[in-house]
Design a protein around this ligand. Structure first.
Ligand code: BGC
Length: 297
């Protein structure tokens, strides 16, 4: 790195703690590339990972559109926290699986902030079922929110980034799209076939968009969270027994926290990641390392 802007090295001379992690928390946010002047839109930002990402981007200097589909109080609370940091925030209700709502949300966002530089397609859900009992409704719901929703948001983002074009005084890229994927873009997941199919779809959609838009200097990447402590997977961590069983799948031996994902999103959205496009960043404590093989095989 040639200059000493806020994008300074991660930390100096800190030693990793020895032994197993004493607490089950994400590392404190020490490293903040500047996202000043780069308005962001985060879908599903009223809770869980989306909320942490919205707050993380704001901490790094971005004004943020907080999208939600239900629970406006959550979205307003996130907006309040962002404003308390001195950034602008607006909550916009939209169902990401409905084209007209997505188009209207982007129009409102651009009206409010002038443009967007960062779009994090985070909204997602599960409708779990044994495969032979899975209804078409369960299948369609998951595909329409997790995959079609990401298509619609990425398309609107690309349109806005192309309209505005490159402004190197703000960012080296004309825009950044971050798709929230999952370890289940890679790990098959019985009982969750619709979800795994949606995330597998996100992976190749993301790569194909990245390939197509790279010449316009639009970067498109994904984050693949592992087990993160959020409402979507509460049964997997909210009792000691469930937690212990979950840990057999996580070599790093702690659950992920939403802030673990927020830090990855801030980095991917920043010019620190300017040469990174079409990639999936796994933030999973080693879940994709086939932990069963540490002793078996
Ligand atoms: C799912 C969670 C699950 C995690 C790891 C995520 O994508 O939404 O429910 O705990 O993957 O299996």
């Amino acid at each position: 790195m040639t200059d000493a802007t806020p994008q300074s090295p991660m930390s100096s001379g800190e030693q990793p703690a020895s032994g197993p992690p004493a607490t089950e928390v994400a590392a404190p946010m020490r490293y903040f590339p500047s996202l000043t002047g780069q308005p962001a839109l985060v879908t599903g930002a009223n809770s869980g990972i989306g909320k942490a990402v919205a707050l993380g981007l704001a901490k790094a200097g971005a004004d943020v559109v907080v999208n939600y589909v239900a629970e406006p109080e959550g979205a307003e609370e996130v907006c309040g926290q962002i404003r308390a940091m001195g950034r602008k925030a607006i909550a916009i209700e939209a169902d990401v699986s409905v084209e007209a709502e997505v188009v209207a949300m982007f129009a409102k966002a651009v009206e409010a902030f002038g443009t967007l530089h960062i779009v994090v397609s985070n909204a997602g859900l599960q409708r779990d079922s044994a495969f032979d009992a899975m209804t078409l409704e369960q299948w369609n719901k998951v595909i329409s929110v997790n995959l079609t929703g990401q298509f619609l948001c990425a398309r609107e983002a690309a349109r806005e980034f192309k309209r505005r074009g490159l402004d190197r005084s703000v960012s080296m890229a004309a825009g950044k799209i971050i798709c929230m994927s999952s370890v289940h873009q890679q790990i098959p997941w019985g009982g969750h076939v619709n979800y795994a199919a949606s995330k597998g779809g996100v992976m190749l959609m993301m790569k194909s968009i990245a390939q197509e838009l790279a010449p316009q200097r639009i970067r498109v990447n994904a984050i693949a969270p592992g087990a993160i402590r959020t409402p979507i997977n509460k049964p997997a961590w909210d009792t000691p027994e469930a937690y212990e069983s979950l840990m057999t799948l996580v070599p790093y031996n702690r659950i992920g926290e939403p802030d673990d994902i927020a830090q990855a999103a801030v980095w991917l959205a920043s010019d620190a990641a300017d040469y990174v496009t079409g990639t999936t960043l796994f933030v999973d404590g080693g879940m994709t390392l086939y932990p069963g093989f540490s002793t078996g095989g």
